[in-house]
Design a protein around this ligand. Structure first.
Ligand SMILES: Nc1ncnc2c1ncn2[C@@H]1O[C@H](COP(=O)(O)OP(=O)(O)OP(=O)(O)O)[C@@H](O)[C@H]1O
Ligand SMILES: Nc1ncnc2c1ncn2[C@@H]1O[C@H](COP(=O)(O)OP(=O)(O)OP(=O)(O)O)[C@@H](O)[C@H]1O
Ligand SMILES: [Mg+2]
Ligand SMILES: [Mg+2]
Lengths: 163, 165, 165, 163
């Protein structure tokens, strides 16, 4: 229904404006329904994003890492409006430098009140925030096996064993 | 509702029954390229009712069954189970623990199960309605797909947004 | 032939004239997200004659000119120069050092230059014919595009292959 | 012309078969022209790849890192058939684990006899093989500046300064 869509859209939009500023340490972002479209159930969604200190430009001009951070801001905003009990993230940190990887880790931790996170990663930095770490190995050709590790004991061990 | 376990048997590169236990916090899955990490993500999408083999990186659903290796014959069947702790009764069923399963045989025969009882995909979808769980929800972000919302055009973006919200 | 230098002035996030010197070996360019590394790659594609703004992540060619920042006004012109050591005479010209340049003004006026002499894109293309240098060659692999040959269908792949070979 | 295309295709194909085995430590790969098409100038190109110990499957089923390594094998095979004097690689190592990152570094070094390489990366491992390291910073908002470093002196310094 129109009211329901408008309500959720507005919530996601509000969260997105704040989440972007939080992840970028400033700047400005917005979600905008196509104003030329009379029916909000038909209107396309535009994303505006201006990193701190930079001018507002098409999001295509953003860097790989900036796009990932913007996407994460939008994703987390949707989660705030419509929580998922669990979230699987597969190598979403691939394009992030170390500082942004830390910010991503921090935002995931903030959402633990509403979701479990299962994160696939090659980043030792992301592994640092895991409460549980599973390794997958293929000692036998073509056959996956799980290696489980309680983090407090051998974080660095499994990280290097499976890297 | 807490996702307690994901169990893979004969699914993609997991010929042997393999269990992953999850708690309320952050679980990281790590390992070398090609070891099977993304296959676990595919397993979760598949058991929640993913209909498109392409979206699971395959050509046909049969690609979900372990295809053999230099040391093993192929499997006859793929099965994935999701085990939920339902003590907060998020899922509208009696049980405190809920198991959702999907099976696919080489014959092409396939089934969904709810607590070991055969059911239809429709029943699985209804079970998860409005819980934020499901193939159309944002609960699974696949490798290389985090910026899918940014890459889409305004209309595609709107459709994706609507599905989830 | 050796690429000795790439010079950016007013191109994307480089308002100030910035030179990168390269030698015969491996040069790595590093820095935080959004600092301008991929912009250097765009600069090389652009000066070699890239016609599609979209392929340079922009909407229109005007997006190649420095657009200003909180501390700077926008530039009036973007220029990129590639300086080659031509002592092995790979390039069929007299000079031992060859400079290829491209300029774009806010007015929309744009030009190519060969050793500071205005020329046409056609002349730049002819200069690099059969040298393995050019927008269609495989000499530039953009961020996120390394597996483009794998993702394409057999016909697209064939076209890409033909262009380069 | 048909002969020219067939000649180059065969060269790339031969290199690809070897290059794949080198990068994967075994296995089997091939480039195949669509046999149903009578005219080789019209035939689509199929890529077959079987990592060591695994069965031959659609390349879509390969992992992110395996696809990158296969793509690198194909790219380098094209370079052997048709060398480029310089090559710009922008974060091609993003999906690679440490072992594959090393193999990628090694193959780049082997091609130094025919090309200069300019590699953009966040990987400290890739930075290790650079003869020259440039950092780019944005101290002034929105303004890129180059920081140049001769590797032998301060490799770790610039790597941490710019990360
Ligand atoms: N039906 C199947 N039978 C056997 N093996 C399969 C099957 N489907 C996929 N595989 C194998 O699974 C492997 C891919 O696993 P996956 O994508 O999970 O790797 P990954 O751990 O995510 O690696 P990366 O870090 O590179 O992303 C491939 O080598 C593929 O051959
Ligand atoms: N015309 C322009 N004027 C000013 N800034 C621009 C212009 N075009 C692009 N930019 C800026 O350049 C930045 C992107 O730079 P680039 O893509 O080179 O980053 P990067 O160093 O490759 O980062 P990453 O590691 O995330 O890939 C963006 O923040 C964008 O706003
Ligand atoms: Mg993967
Ligand atoms: Mg970049």
């Amino acid at each position: 229904s129109r009211e329901r869509f408008a309500a959720i859209f507005q919530q996601v939009r509000d969260h997105f404006q704040q989440m972007f500023r939080k992840l970028f340490g400033g700047g400005k972002a917005d979600l905008v329904l196509d104003p030329t479209c009379p029916d909000i159930l038909e209107a396309g969604i535009e994303i505006l994003a201006k990193p701190p200190g930079k001018e507002l430009q098409a999001i295509s001009l953003m860097s790989g890492g900036e796009k990932t951070m913007t996407a994460i801001a939008l994703l987390m905003s949707i989660f705030r409006a419509k929580p998922s009990p669990f979230v699987f993230l597969d190598e979403v940190d691939a394009a992030l430098d170390e500082a942004n990887n830390e910010r991503f880790n921090a935002i995931v931790r903030e959402f633990l009140d509403q979701s479990q996170f299962i994160i696939i990663t090659h980043s030792k930095r992301t592994m640092q925030v895991a409460g549980t770490l599973y390794g997958i190995t293929m000692q036998e050709p073509g056959v996956s096996r799980r290696v489980s590790v309680r983090f407090e004991q051998n974080r660095d061990e499994v990280a290097s064993a499976v890297a | 509702m807490i996702l307690k376990k994901v169990i893979l048997s004969g699914f993609k590169s997991f010929p042997d029954k393999t269990e992953f236990d999850f708690d309320a916090g952050i679980t990281c899955i790590v390992g070398p390229n090609g070891c099977g990490k993304s296959n676990v993500v595919d397993a979760v999408k598949w058991v929640l009712g993913e209909q498109s083999a392409k979206s699971l990186r395959g050509d046909q659903m049969m690609d979900m069954i372990f295809n053999g290796s230099s040391s093993r014959k192929s499997s006859g069947c793929a099965q994935v189970d999701l085990i939920f702790d339902n003590s907060d009764r998020t899922l509208a069923v009696e049980q405190l623990e809920v198991a959702v399963s999907r099976r696919l045989f080489r014959s092409g025969e396939s089934e969904y199960l709810l607590n070991l009882q055969p059911c239809r995909l429709k029943d699985v979808r209804e079970l998860f309605l409005d819980t934020g769980v499901g193939v159309d929800a944002y609960s699974v972000i696949e490798q290389g797909r985090v910026d899918i919302l940014l890459k889409s055009n305004p209309q595609e973006r709107r459709l994706i947004f609507e599905e989830a919200a």
